[in-house]
Design a protein around this ligand. Sequence first.
Ligand code: PLP
Length: 291
Amino acid sequence: MVAQILVTLDGTVHDPDVPFLHADDLAALRGDGVFETLLIRSGRTRRVGAHLDRLERSAEMMDLPKPDRDTWQSAIDVAEKQWQETGGDGEAWLRLVYSRGRESAPDGDPTAYVMAGAVADRVNRARADGISVVTLDRGFSTDLAGSARWQLLGAKTLSYATNMAALRHAADEGFDDVIYLSSEGFVLEGPRSTVITVTGKTLATPPAESGILPGTTQRAVFETAEHEGWTTRTATLRRADLIAADSVWLVSSVALAARVTSLNRYVMPVSPNGTDAHEFAELVDRAICVD
Ligand code: PLP
């Protein structure tokens, strides 16, 4: 197996097995930072501009210094090249990590690095076979994002402990993944994905204002779909809307598209008149190849 790649923003390639972070880095102590995860496919990192846009937006919401796009782009190029040179011919994830730096150096530099590594088997299985999903209460109302800026809803922060706990809870109950519901029962997102419903030639997704992360994959898919004559809309969706749709998908940069095959143990029928599952998955493939 190809080892992971680790590159700092000065372009230095580090040994990923050598300890790297300071013990008092605020990423480790507080999850006080932001990140992005991208896909390397056929040797190229996909949708870099959209991910740098979101990194910038998340950093702004966290009052972190504005990331220098050119420097990040150069580090991404080094990591991408390094991935290929070390024999990584398959798909890889590429992660951008940006934290507030060391607790003991409040005026010091932020910590910033890029990593890459092979896409996990779980991802290939989810793409090929779909996923069983449970809905879980997120515990907040859709108006929280507008009324409590400090909750950082919509920023991709390093504080993913509750997302991981939700996934562990789901796994303990025999599910592959999660769709969060707001306290009103509206569909929000997955702990690491955006929800898209497909009904005929119409795609729907919950509005970003409901306190979810604006997904780069969802946006790319909607842009390509509109170009190809589909109808797209943001809509407040309830659990019943998921059941009524022809198909429901969790989309994200690395996993791309995973069809929800069962929801709360209800087997989602493959609609005879609905859009063929391959058709949507192929739409997603086309969308992420457009830069
Ligand atoms: N929502 C959450 C909470 C996520 O963590 C992610 C991706 O990791 C997404 C949505 C999907 O975002 P993207 O399509 O940009 O990968």
